[in-house]
Design a protein around this ligand. Structure first.
Ligand code: LLP
Length: 439
């Protein structure tokens, strides 16, 4: 087995020589539910949740793990996170809606966003939202205005941009000075935001938040961000007796997409985050706050694999062989957007040697619609089931209907059973909101 590190923890080759996940034969799943099919392994998600809980418990009894639902906002997965005792981060009215439907109580919902609209904020305030993570002075004003109308108080955190570079793809780096997110430290803006929030009778400032980026392998950037945040807390305490009860140090732990990737462990991540905060507050003579973290990718990324059916195979002698599958950029935009690299295998030829180098292409009308360049797979034939692992985060979440392609079905597998958690779209869905030119 060469696929253990990148694949869900239940992945194995079965007696038929097929890839099996969660006790289900992937080739049978593809037959039964059609392709492209996104398969989530329940055991892997629960295992990741439990690893997070164990790792943080080893350092503290005052922490909170918040699922960043932007990685995959889905009713059933949210419910699974709730069962595991997690809180939830929502970044829009839509994600808030899904979290509420899943049954999250208000006090477990954190609402993020650099441009929450008035409608979104009103929707969340009306439905009950535990914490609004405020991103700008404009939002502070808007929130106060909406709260005044309701005569209600709201718990908030302030999003701080610590000015730290996270060494990841620039599109997913968020903590640097030049960022659309949060209150920067320059010109005392962050300090002013704290003062402003503390003075508001309608806002209860519980603490600060910073998220420096995603798919981060080097933990030093977190250490630096924590140092900067705690300096700010100390300053605000000295200036106007600010008490930071919650310190939300974001998400961002990277995962392994290919064998070459070497992400940090959850245990090391927890140590850096909790002990980092402890060391800094101790040095500054401050009380230890509750440590909040917001992982998305590392909770669901490895649990998901996508199964495609192989169609056209085009061999260009001496150049390359294109193996086209029945999905691509509309169900996984990450290779095109971030140059993300994936591995692949043929689920129906799991025991055969991966001795053929091919380029796995999508079916969309774009030359750049390439899922994997130079994949090593068994010798492909039309009809084979090609699987890409590591597609549990930010794939379905960023899926589109480009070229009129339908979003795939999603199934959750466990101990030999597969349940549809998102139905495949239909052609009727595609035009459900369209209206004809003339009635
Ligand atoms: N908290 C905040 C405020 C965030 O903005 C994010 C991710 C997270 C938590 C979760 O980060 P994670 O643990 O998943 O790294 N579409 C990109 C990733 C964008 C991440 C945006 N924010 C991708 O496919 O790589």
């Amino acid at each position: 087995m060469t696929h253990t590190l990148v694949y869900p923890i239940t992945a194995r080759n079965n007696a038929a020589g097929h890839l099996e996940i969660g006790g289900c034969d992937v080739v049978e799943l593809a037959e039964r539910f059609g392709t492209p099919l996104l398969i989530y392994d329940e055991a892997t998600i629960r295992d990741q949740c439990q690893r997070y809980k164990a790792a943080f418990s080893a350092h503290s009894d005052n922490f909170e793990i918040i699922y960043a639902s932007k990685a995959f906002s889905c009713l059933a997965i949210n419910q699974l996170m709730l069962e595991e005792g997690l809180s939830i981060d929502v970044s829009s009215g839509g994600e808030y809606h899904v979290a509420k439907l899943a049954g999250f109580p208000s006090e477990k919902i954190f609402f993020h966003g650099n441009n929450k609209t008035r409608d979104e904020l009103e929707y969340a305030l009306d439905g009950g939202v535990g914490y609004v993570v405020v991103d700008s002075f404009q939002e502070l004003d808007l929130l106060e205005q909406l709260l005044a109308k309701r005569g209600a108080k709201q718990r908030i955190l302030l999003r701080i941009t610590p000015g730290v570079e996270a060494h990841t793809h620039s599109y997913i780096e968020t903590g640097q000075v030049d960022s659309k997110f949060g209150f920067g430290l320059g010109d005392g803006l962050a300090l002013e935001a704290i003062r402003r929030a503390m003075n508001s009778p309608l806002l209860e400032l519980m603490g600060l938040h910073a998220h420096i980026g995603s798919q981060i392998f080097q933990l030093e950037a977190y250490r630096r961000a924590i140092e900067i945040l705690v300096q700010l807390v100390a300053q605000a305490r000295a200036s106007f007796s600010f008490e930071c009860r919650y310190l939300n140090v974001g998400g961002g732990l990277g995962i392994r997409y290919t064998q070459e990737d070497s992400p940090s462990s959850i245990a090391d991540y927890a140590r850096v985050k909790v002990e980092g905060v402890r060391e800094e507050v101790r040095a500054a003579g401050l009380p230890m706050p509750r440590v909040l973290i917001e992982p998305g990718r590392s909770l669901v990324g490895k649990a998901g694999v996508t199964a495609y059916r192989v169609g056209t195979i085009k061999e260009i002698p001496g150049v390359r062989t294109y193996v086209s599958v029945d999905g691509g950029m509309s169900d996984n935009i990450r290779p095109m957007l971030y140059g993300a690299r994936y591995e692949g295998m043929l689920a129906n030829k799991a025991n055969l040697p991966a001795d053929t180098t091919v380029t796995v292409a999508g079916k969309h009308c774009e030359s750049g619609d390439i899922l994997i360049k130079d994949a090593q797979i068994a010798r492909p034939e039309p009809g084979d089931i090609l699987v890409t692992p590591g597609t549990g985060a930010y794939c379905f979440a960023m899926a589109s209907n480009y070229n009129g392609n339908l979003r795939p079905a999603v199934v959750l597998v466990r101990e030999g059973e597969a349940r549809v958690i998102i139905e495949r779209e239909t052609y009727a869905d595609l035009v459900a909101k369209h209206r004809p030119l003339r009635h």
